[in-house]
Design a binder for this molecule. Sequence first.
Ligand code: SRM
Ligand code: SF4
Length: 585
Amino acid sequence: MFSYSSFFHLGMATSATAQVSKNEQIKLSDPTLGGTIGETLANPDVDRFSEDDEQFLKFHGIYQQDDRDKRKTGKQYIFMIRARITGGIVPPEQYLAFDDVSERYGNQTLRITSRQAFQWHGVAKKGLGPLMKGLNEALSTTIAACGDVNRNVMAPATPATTLLIEQVHADSRRVSDALLPQTRAYHDIWINGAPLKLRPEEKQAFEDPLYGKTYLPRKFKVAFAIPPLNDTDIFTNCLGFVAITDPADPTKLLGYNLLAGGGLAMSHGNKETFPRTADVIGFFTPDRIVSVARAVLTVHRDFGDRTNRRHARLKYVLEDRGADWFRSEVELRTGFKFEPARAAKFDRQGDLFGWHRQVDGRQFLGLYVETGRIKDTPQRQLKTALRRIVSKHRVEVRLTPSQNLLLTNVSSGQRDAITAILAEHGIPVENQAAAVRRSSMACPALPTCGLALAESERVFPGVLDRLESLLGELGLSDEDIVVRMTGCPNGCARPYMAEIGLVGRAPGKYNLYLGGNEGSTRLNREYRASVKLDELINELRPVLTRWKYERQEGEHFGDFCSRIVLPEHAAATAALAAAQPIASA
Ligand code: SRM
Ligand code: SF4
């Protein structure tokens, strides 16, 4: 039988030891991933972890950051903690514990991420241990929420559509569990509070049964989707499972189409890095899902580039070696052949807002959360309202991949009381926000993200205000346009799939992308570079105006841009380039 770990020793990584990246050397120095985290945690005289421990901490779901607003007075270290919440499902007791630790040790906000998880920001070092303990006592975990491992597995959030969702969620948990790293360091440090005292050679002797000694060359992302709803942005994941149902019985899961090689990050000015949508590899039955997931992950483990972290994602393996090679490699590891992919069509994304009936007869409420940040403001006390609702009514919370939230499993007797609590805190359940707002996302960027080149979450509401008034002026207020903004080209809010994507280039400047589609199956393209924040709306005005007058019946903004605006733009750019030598001659 094929052994996952044996393959690793044949892989590219070990044969190229001389050139492997610094991160590879750090992982190899302590495959338990414990580093000296426990010792530093116990030392009250230091406010930060070493550079090596910073890398190990990521595997524990923790980022060492500093408040970039305060850099002028010297670095003030803070921590960001990310939970692992498969499919975004948060039972009521857990939600209350999450809220509690955010109040006590964080910055009094809870941040819903673009992968259905929660983040706590602004945690001081002395609060780190208690916060982690609080999360683990609530039977949650942060292990492998970050780092060169499989991250939070996404699955459709909305319980309204089909009974199939329960089966798909069960499979997402099986995959998530099967891809967890096995090191005991997490448990020893954060739960037992007593890191194992191992000698360096003992640490180096540890080998994870799936990941080997050096884990993956880079992060690995998995999502599930049930067509026609692409709420998990399935084509942007390293590994995607598309549920295929029996045409005669839509509640019967026949199997999954396997997608592989999606990923979004790029670097400005580096053409060797690019966003990529996943390839469709083939169909298989649900009983094989764990074996397929492990096989895809180990292909990444063994063939991913360990010398250059900018080229280390699975998408580059697919790009460089091709989907046919990849299929054969996965088949070799699973021991079965894929059937041809079954027909599957995605035609929409996003969430349902307001009250809806679940398939089991109960109800759920979709709530828009601006930039995913659950907080209290003078106008809207969303955090307090949710705490009150969950304490009193014990409803489940579901996080969506578009940074929104659902309150699920609500009985008809609870519905009016929940609506009333929300109203008391300034939150309507009908007409929660304009259509363009509800389809929007932004990444955190400044002041916490160390990689941000420009603002995102903090300026996004203002950008949406101006876009909303422009759409109003043009009589397009009811139009649903997917808008996403990030503070750098890493693409954490998946801007390259949006109808309008804004990507930070430098302080106050953004590249403007147009042309994503409703089903989120198509990448957009750059339309303007380095646009000043104040100029963004002026750039969009003529394009939106043309859309209003020239679109075909029912044509979405992204489709119009893809059909008309981008080809014209490409032709004009080519003409300009052709004219250049003449002009300079
Ligand atoms: Fe991300 C790094 C936030 C989803 C691509 N991402 C970061 C860090 C941890 C910055 C860092 O490394 O120091 C950001 C923390 C900021 C902060 O202060 O909170 C960060 N990423 C986020 C979140 C919170 C954005 C959000 O608005 O919700 C998302 C957390 C998801 C989760 O729960 O696991 C988040 N990041 C994504 C996505 C979207 C997705 O996965 O669906 C992407 C693009 C898809 C992809 O992976 O290709 C993404 N993040 C990156 C990258 C580029 C990776 C690469 O291939 O080069 C980095 C940088 C890195 O890893 O070196 C990054
Ligand atoms: Fe930070 Fe860039 Fe991700 Fe935004 S897109 S959170 S700026 S890494």
